[in-house]
Design a protein around this ligand. Structure first.
Ligand SMILES: O=C(O)c1ccccc1NCC(=O)[C@H](O)[C@H](O)COP(=O)(O)O
Length: 223
């Protein structure tokens, strides 16, 4: 029997020890929020420092919200190998142009209404963002993201022709349910977490990090 392995992105890191804890626990990607209004914001220089701690095969992810092409290029030059995550209102054309200009793949966030997920045309969104490496499904919250809230997973379309990343309010306690709800709908599924592994905004908790990875592995092994 083939066990599908759910890849794990953890986001919003600001401290060295937390980045090391995430990599040690088994995160496949570690995200840095380059959006100044976020309480998890880090500068390009700080993201570069933290990304240097990542071992082989753990990808840095640079998160932008409606940022400029110039600053995205600067960030890519400072953080080799980073994946781009566009979490604002970026058009498919802008996202594709930035991937072309930097040679980096990108994730595009879809911000799903908390209680009316069916109102969001995810099939169409995935079609117009078909050049994205994956579509990250986040809850639509004030401040663009990192809200610690789930949306109603059951209201999503039964099938989406895209690699999906489930995000928004995931915790060690609910991530298995999220995997079970989303895996049948996607070409492949990964999960993303920020608030659910924190002691405070941008301050990650090593034990919650470990618990989150264990919960994902248990869900994979049970599938
Ligand atoms: O994390 C933030 O502060 C943030 C701010 C503005 C835009 C996006 C942001 N985070 C993006 C992420 O990828 C988060 O991991 C995602 O929104 C899930 O966050 P959470 O619900 O706290 O797990």
């Amino acid at each position: 029997m083939t066990v599908q392995r759910t890849r794990i992105k953890m986001c919003g890191f600001t401290r060295e020890a937390d980045v090391q804890a995430a990599a040690l626990a088994g995160a496949d990607a570690v995200g840095f929020v380059l959006y100044p209004p976020s309480p998890r914001h880090v500068s390009i220089e700080r993201a570069a420092e933290l990304a240097q701690l990542l071992p082989a095969f753990v990808s840095p992810v640079l998160l932008f919200v409606n940022d400029s092409a110039e600053r995205i290029r600067q960030a890519c030059a400072a953080v080799p190998g980073a994946v781009l995550q566009f979490h604002g209102d970026e058009t498919p054309e802008f996202c594709e142009a930035m991937s072309q200009a930097t040679g980096r793949p990108h994730l595009k966030a879809a911000r799903i209404p908390l209680t009316e997920a069916a109102r969001f045309d995810l099939v169409k969104f995935a079609e117009i963002h078909q050049k994205a490496q994956a579509i990250l499904l986040d809850a639509h919250v004030d401040g663009y993201g990192g809200g610690g809230k789930t949306f109603n997973w059951s209201l999503l379309p039964p099938s989406v022709n895209a690699h999906l990343v489930l995000s928004g309010g995931l915790t060690p306690a609910n991530v298995a349910d999220g995997i079970r709800a989303l895996r049948p709908r996607a070409r492949s599924l990964a999960v993303d977490v920020s608030s659910g592994i924190e002691a405070g905004k941008g301050l990650k908790d090593a034990d919650q990090i470990r618990q989150f990875v264990l919960a994902v592995r248990a869900a994979d092994n049970a599938s």
